[in-house]
Write a protein that binds this ligand. Structure first.
Ligand SMILES: [Ca+2]
Ligand SMILES: [Ca+2]
Length: 380
């Protein structure tokens, strides 16, 4: 270590002032991490996932793996996958799911069953699947759903047939709410922005034969098209909402130039491309935001040569917050020193954090040149 750095570090370790935090001094840094787990769902694409906030698990149902459709229900608790026993919907892919937090159930609609599209509504309460409404949207696949927690309804848009309809499920009945807004499409992404009370839609494959790059928002009565630049046109991406950071997170999809490995964020007014290396380029994967763990979960997809069975977590934090508790203060000093001197030890002690949070000067490497910026972050 250079002498100046040694002096800084010594000052740092001796410093015992009140915990201090500089809010917003550094932008978030995001990192993808693959989680290996056994057992796990087999490789698949066009499954659906939703996060059950009451039980703290991400629910996965169905999917397609090139030879057969799945009727499996799996749950991810943040560290392990469990295959759940009860039977429910028949095997299917290209269905949609959303978690109704008021009623504590995961809602599933439609999908491709192999003998046509489904018009079934099912609900999973964590122990049993129950078939629901017999009237509602026509049979369809490739639609998207999101739960509007302010209005207490599950919003459905699009699908490979009748794809310009907006429907809402109250928990007891479906209502057709609009037929104007985004054009007919399927394979789009949809998420509910709870901070702004709007359902966000991006992309999809439209009937006029191209990949849409449109961003739309539904306020419960009308759709608004945002004139904005952002991700290129695509379908088969996934787009959950990160409620801690108030952004919709988009990954992957199929574009006019092939599969994408891009991670984008929509904050309600602009798209930002995240330079976060992670899953390989793919489409037909599923994602959900785990609010208890503060991570976005991704599973599977089609990578161009194979169906995929990888579990990835996207974690975002603030440079300097080395213990990942959301604040930058004295409790980050020991973890910072550990990250700097013992990467293996750091990973072991903070498995859900990332050593790169010690890259406080943002030059892409963790080294002695990060000490002074870290001290400045702590000291008023
Ligand atoms: Ca901290
Ligand atoms: Ca650095």
């Amino acid at each position: 270590m250079r002498r100046t750095h040694l002096i800084s570090l010594a000052a740092l370790l001796l410093w015992s002032g009140a915990a201090t935090e500089r809010v917003g001094a550094q932008p978030d840094a995001c990192f993808w991490r693959e989680r290996s787990a056994t057992p796990r769902p087999s490789a698949r694409t066009y499954h659906a996932m939703a996060y059950d906030s009451a039980r703290g698990v991400t629910v996965l149902f169905g999917g397609w793996a090139g030879s057969a459709r799945s009727a499996e229900t799996w749950e991810w608790n943040g560290s392990a996958w469990t295959l759940r026993g009860p039977t429910g919907p028949s095997p299917r892919a290209w269905h949609a799911m959303a978690y109704d937090s008021a009623r504590g159930v995961t809602v599933l609609f439609g999908g491709d069953t192999g003998s046509g599209s489904s018009a079934e509504t099912w609900e999973w309460n964590g122990s049993a699947w129950t078939p629901r409404a017999t009237t509602g949207p026509s049979a369809r696949a490739g639609h998207a759903m999101a739960y509007d927690s302010a209005r207490g309804v599950t919003v459905l848009f699009g699908g490979a047939s009748a794809g310009d309809e907006t429907w809402e499920w109250s928990g007891s009945a479906w209502a057709l709410r609009a037929t104007t807004g985004p054009s007919m499409r399927f394979g789009h992404g949809m998420a509910y922005d709870s901070a702004r009370g709007l359902t966000v839609l991006f992309g999809g494959f439209t009937r006029v034969g191209f990949y849409s790059a449109e961003t739309w928002e539904w306020n419960g009565s009308a759709w608004t098209l945002w004139a904005t630049t952002g991700p290129s046109g695509r379908s088969g991406h996934a787009m959950p909402y990160d409620s801690a950071r108030s952004v919709a997170v988009l990954f992957g999809g199929y574009t006019s130039s092939g599969r994408s490995a891009e991670t984008w964020e929509w904050n309600g007014s602009a798209w930002t491309l995240r330079a976060a290396a992670g899953p390989s380029a793919r489409y037909g994967h599923a994602m959900a935001y785990d609010s208890a763990g503060g991570v976005t979960v991704l599973f599977g997809g089609y990578t161009g040569s194979a169906y995929n069975a990888e579990t990835w977590l996207l974690w975002c934090g603030r440079p300097g917050d080395l213990n990942c508790d959301g604040a930058i203060n004295n409790f980050d000093i020991d973890p910072f020193v550990l990250a700097l001197t013992d990467p293996v030890g750091y990973a072991k002690q903070f498995p859900n954090c990332d050593r790169m949070l010690a890259d406080v000067n943002g030059d892409g490497v963790v080294d002695n040149f990060d000490i002074d910026p870290f001290v400045k972050l702590l000291a008023p």
